[in-house]
Design a protein around this ligand. Sequence first.
Ligand code: BTN
Length: 241
Amino acid sequence: MNAFETGAGSAPLGSPRVHLRTVASTNARARELAMAGAPHGTLVTASEQTAGRGRHGRAWASSPGASLLCSLVLRDAPPLLPLIAGVAVCDAIGEGARAKWPNDVLIGGEGRLGKVAGILVEGRPQERWAVLGIGVNVALRLEQLPPDVRVRAATLARPASAVEPLLADLLAALALRLSEPAGHALAAFRERDALRGQAVSWAGGSGTAQGIDEDGRLLVKLADASVVALNAGDVHLSAAG
Ligand code: BTN
């Protein structure tokens, strides 16, 4: 098995690859390819997105040539894919990267943790495909982001020439994490958990994050000491969390 294979006879991640100078959204393009029958591991990358998509219907801002913008077509993706992908992004970025449930990646900078990478998983489980979209602020300068995004963002502040090597590291990390039992990624997530012990709030309540359970749900201790388990698909943690 080479570094980018995902085991069990799967095709390698990143092949075939479609690179676009400009695209509305690599996720949108990868979805089209998935629905047209593209194989497992198909990769769409772009230097620039004009309508990058984030979670909860938000936009994902980037700057041409300064961000890693990629989307992978995966067949029969595991249920914990969003968490596994977050851990793989941490692996690729290296020391200091922290995972914020469900799948943001944070790094320290200027005395605070900021979001350096975002992950958007879209798909049709009944059709057995998913698109894993990942954006990483590699060479971006924070002032290139809209002010409301900038306040919570971080950048690796690497040269633009680091985008492609980071993609190679990310594909290798993803291949490894996807080939492992899911429990390994859960353990790795717990080691890098940025929310543990932090106050979190969502539309239905608030409390203190206690880590994640075996199903990847966020455990939150409420004021009355009871613990609730939150599903990533059901809750949207507020900015304060
Ligand atoms: C989030 O944190 O809200 C998720 C952001 C995901 C952004 C990436 S950039 C590459 C891919 N294409 C998109 O349109 N979105 C994802």
